[in-house]
Write a protein that binds this ligand. Structure first.
Ligand code: ADP
Length: 443
């Protein structure tokens, strides 16, 4: 049994014990009514009341530490014996003339209220009530027809009380099933969160470990490329040069993928650090476009730049470079053979950078997904990629206080727009002068 179950059942037992002790007290207190009913004091009804109250107290004490099955047995015995005590009391206080006799029919309902969710206890008490009631009626010489009538009424009361009790039971069972389902869902959610955390940690470690040898590999390739180009007369033929060029391109692609994985783990862990400074987005976009000129030429993309004014704001330059790089790289990759336009505009508060291509385009359905992690538009096998670039771009835009959007249609190219406030709240926060930490004074 879990800790929660145990404390719940202990609470239930305490509650039940309290109700039973209250019932025992009421039974003894109402001894005075017997004298009023009879018109004189008699010992026997008082003894019955005391025995009944004792029996209830003993049952309440026995409940402590009793399991579910034992508790149900005790409740059944309590219901049956309480009815028998009640019938005896009715018999001793005037039999059929006693007011207790008329209230006897309400006994199963009273028991259903005190002992909830236990139809067997109601039926047991009902049988005891039938026996006791018919005994009193017979002793009073009541006609068989009246006896039958009373028995019929009593049976209906018992069935009603048993139905109420059964409904309680079904309700409790449903509540318990809901609680169990909720607990299972929590456990599953915790397990999948742990699995995701383990996956992210693995990716972060793998990306970090791959980065070190790759950096040295890139440096070696760079050195080889320079040595080859500086060698007078050219020791290597064109084929070898092309091969070295291809190795360099593949290595830098690998480096880009690993950087993406590292960024993903930083963003997921909330470890992204931003260094805000004055940056001209127009100049930065021009520079990135310049960097992509050879790739754009290779993809037969004519790049048109429309950045008429400086677009200055308080941003993290490296992250802004990454945003522009991702968008222009995608335009070259997915817009091969068409033109690319890079536009910028600004107001007093915000600036916008638009990267438009005239390539394969994105369906409305895919536009909903591509900003999520590892999501790619359908049918993109011919273009390699992890589906991380736009997610990282969108997260970086958010970190800079801005957003990214896309307008596109299949076959009609795509236009990605980033909108950034010139001074995001985060930038202002990071620029606020810090109060020096005050050491707590030691008394
Ligand atoms: P990757 O390019 O590595 O797959 P991204 O996150 O950069 O990852 O892009 C997600 C997906 O969005 C791409 O796989 C592609 O299907 C779609 N996409 C992005 N940019 C464009 C574009 N300019 N034109 C058409 N599809 C694009």
């Amino acid at each position: 049994m879990g800790e929660g179950d145990r404390s719940r059942s202990t609470d239930g037992t305490r509650e039940r014990q309290r109700v039973l002790l209250l019932c025992a007290g009421i039974i003894v207190l109402f001894a005075a009514t017997d004298r009023i009913t009879l018109g004189y004091f008699a010992w026997r009804p008082l003894v019955v009341r005391l025995l009944w109250a004792l029996f209830i107290v003993a049952t309440a004490l026995n409940l402590r530490g009793a399991g579910r099955a034992r508790t149900r047995e005790l409740m059944l015995a309590l219901a049956v014996f309480s009815t028998a005590f009640y019938a005896a009391l009715a018999a001793l206080t005037g039999g059929i003339a006693s007011p207790l006799f008329h209230w006897m029919l309400a006994l199963p309902v009273a028991i259903a209220v005190v002992i909830q969710d236990h139809p067997a206890a109601i039926v047991g008490s009902g049988l005891a009530m039938l026996a006791g009631g018919l005994g009193i009626l017979t002793a009073a010489g009541t006609s068989p027809a009246l006896c039958w009538q009373w028995a019929g009424t009593a049976a209906i009361m018992v069935m009603l009380a048993a139905y109420i009790s059964g409904s309680y039971g079904r309700l409790h069972a449903r509540e318990a099933a809901l609680r169990r389902a909720g607990a299972e869902a929590d456990t599953r959610a915790r397990a999948s969160e742990a699995a995701i955390a383990a996956r992210d940690e693995f990716l972060a470690i793998a990306a970090h470990e791959l980065r070190t040898p790759l950096t040295s590999l890139l440096l070696q390739i760079d050195a080889v490329e320079r040595a080859v180009s500086l060698t007078p007369g050219g020791v290597l033929g064109d084929v070898e040069r092309q091969r070295i060029g291809s190795i360099a391109r593949q290595a830098s692609r690998l480096s880009g993928l690993i950087d993406g994985m590292l960024d993903m783990s930083r963003l997921t862990a909330g470890r992204l650090e931003l260094n805000f400074d004055r940056v001209d987005l127009a100049a930065l976009a021009r520079e990135v476009a310049q960097r992509f000129a050879p790739d754009a030429a290779a993809a037969r993309c004519a790049v048109k730049i429309d950045l008429p004014e400086p677009l200055v704001g308080l941003w993290d330059e490296a992250r802004l470079d990454q945003i522009a790089t991702n968008l222009i790289a995608n335009a070259v990759k997915y817009g091969a053979g068409g033109g690319i336009e890079i536009e910028g505009r600004g107001t007093a508060d915000v600036v916008q950078l638009i990267v438009r291509d005239h390539g394969i385009g994105i369906s409305a359905e895919d536009q909903q997904r591509i900003f999520r992690r590892f999501e790619r538009a359908s049918g993109q096998r011919q273009h390699p990629g992890l589906g991380l670039g736009l997610w990282i771009t969108s997260e970086l835009c958010k970190a800079l206080g801005g957003k990214i959007s896309v307008t596109s249609a299949v076959g009609a190219g795509a236009a990605f727009t980033i909108t950034l406030p010139r001074r995001s709240p985060t930038a202002l926060e990071s620029q606020r002068p810090r109060m020096p930490d005050i050491e707590p004074s030691r008394a």
